[in-house]
Design a protein around this ligand. Structure first.
Ligand code: ADP
Length: 180
């Protein structure tokens, strides 16, 4: 079975294929950031290019961040009110990587709640340049989020934006297993 969305206790987790920097209708997008919170490749490049240079200016005093940590800024020219920047673990280097990756999701949701954010979109943190295997990352991300659902008062929509069709398929299959 393969699911695009599941709803648990009024919170919807959904997966789509797309660009994290083009998510209108979502209050906060998550950046798979680097420690310096600067423009880079992958997600960080797409987000900073779409947000414009004022995002880097706002980020400068908040850097550096450590693996698992999250910080929040405005969205600038993005179609989103906020950007939540998470530093994922580098697979095989930052350990324990599962705990550090889970911390990204927990800390991002914590910031979202503190800012009364109703909708948030995540990329597959750490699965690009940082090398985390996609299906392990998907499983961990969904499990961590499902565990946190009882704590959520404001967040109602959690969207995963996957760049490739194959990453989307892995996420859909993993999401389906959450409701079996
Ligand atoms: P990390 O350094 O945390 O691994 P990357 O940005 O290199 O972060 O990649 C994280 C994931 O995001 C990868 O699966 C990559 O394919 C995907 N990705 C890259 N660009 C985008 C984008 N514009 N929108 C959504 N996902 C993207």
């Amino acid at each position: 079975m393969s699911a695009n969305k599941i709803t648990i206790s009024g919170v919807t987790i959904e997966c789509i294929q797309g660009d994290i920097a083009a998510q209108s209708g979502i209050a906060a997008v998550v950046n798979a950031a680097n420690a310096e919170l600067m423009i880079g490749g992958g997600v960080a490049g797409a987000i900073h290019r779409a947000a414009g240079p004022r995002l880097e200016e706002e980020c400068r005093p908040l850097a550096p961040i450590s693996p698992g940590e999250a910080v929040i800024t405005g969205g600038h020219n993005l179609p989103n009110r906020y950007v939540i920047h998470c530093l994922g673990p580098i697979y095989g280097i930052d350990k324990p990587e599962n705990l550090l990756l889970a911390n990204c999701y927990r800390n991002a949701l914590k910031l979202a709640e503190e800012h009364r954010i109703e909708s948030i979109a995540f990329p597959a943190i750490s699965t690009g340049a940082f090398g985390y295997p996609i299906s392990d990352a998907a499983e961990l991300a969904f499990r961590t989020i499902v565990e946190d659902i009882p704590k959520l008062k404001f967040v109602k929509t959690i969207r995963f934006v996957l760049f490739s069709a194959s990453d989307l398929k892995v996420h859909q299959e993993t999401l389906s297993r959450m409701i079996e």
